[in-house]
Design a protein around this ligand. Structure first.
Ligand SMILES: [Zn+2]
Length: 285
């Protein structure tokens, strides 16, 4: 693959052993930023960086340490940086990414930045496939951007409950996804139970949740899902509901690797804050 314009492979630029951040004085880790003069452009600076890029799969987070050089910074400091850039004193120093003075990007660079990062991630995947070998999706390492038509459709027939233990008896051993919702039926948390709700909320745990919900009017919605699809349906629901799911911590920042189309029927929760709902949007408690 072609090297993205504006980047180069790391040229052995790395902080010395035991280097400290020039901003806060703390020890530098895997992630750092450093500026130097662009040899091709007296007005511009290069930013050398090493960072750990995180993304999420169905089974948890993965990350890759990337290093490279961005080209196209002006010498002007951005207002939102932790402090002003001191030219030339700051050249060649190393900073934590959060402590580094932020420089203005030239206009062209602003357009290119996201694609440069994506390109370096894909390049790293091709260069070091073993790092990515355990990914849940198995197959190709590139971030999926499957067209809408290629997404499998999963039908969710929702049932509504006012107690978790009622939902648990109905879906004791049935693989399912479930939505905990407020009294308006607006989702606040999504979960999956590949072995059914009995295994997920065994014994007293179910009653503890009933007690926590007591008098709140909060609701639980459950839909049967094939066991193998539970994880990607859960991921898809969390992604689509990322703006309102207060109690999901993971899966709201990065689009799922494996997308599915969801259709809703039965007694679904309120999905009007979700990205895409097919059918059943009117239903509520
Ligand atoms: Zn620092």
């Amino acid at each position: 693959m072609e090297e993205a314009s504006g980047t180069s492979r790391p040229q052995d630029i790395r902080p010395p052993e035991d280097a400290c951040c020039a901003g806060c004085g703390g020890v530098l880790g895997d992630q750092w930023v450093s500026y130097r003069q662009d040899p091709d452009n007296r007005e511009g600076l290069l930013q050398d960086f090493s960072q750990v890029v995180q993304w999420e799969t169905r089974q948890g987070q993965r990350g890759a340490a990337l290093a490279g050089t961005f080209k196209g910074f002006s010498r002007a400091t951005r207002d939102d940086g932790p402090r002003a850039f001191r030219d030339p004193d700051d050249l060649g120093l190393f900073f934590h990414p959060t402590c580094a003075p932020k420089l203005k990007l030239t206009e062209r660079m602003q357009h290119d930045l996201a694609s440069i990062l994506a390109d370096s991630l894909v390049a790293d995947m091709k260069k070091n496939p073993e790092k990515y070998a355990n990914r849940a999706s198995g197959g190709n390492a590139e971030v999926s951007t499957a067209p809408e038509s290629a997404k499998p459709m999963v039908k969710l027939e929702w049932q509504r409950f006012s107690k978790l233990t009622e939902a648990r008896s109905r879906f004791a051993k049935t693989p399912c996804v479930y939505i905990q919702a407020d009294s308006q039926g607006c989702p606040i948390r999504i979960g999956k139970a590949t072995e059914g709700l009995e295994a997920r909320y065994r014994g007293g745990t179910g009653y503890a949740i009933d007690a926590a919900m007591h008098g709140s009017g909060n609701l639980v919605f459950v839909a049967v899902v094939e066991r193998d699809l539970c994880a990607c349906v859960e991921d898809e629901l969390i992604w689509q509901g990322r703006r309102c799911l207060t109690y999901n911590n993971q899966g709201k920042r990065i689009v799922p690797v494996r997308r599915v189309l969801l259709s809703h029927s039965g007694s679904p929760p309120m999905l009007n804050e979700f990205d895409a709902a097919i059918g059943g949007q009117e239903a509520g408690p």
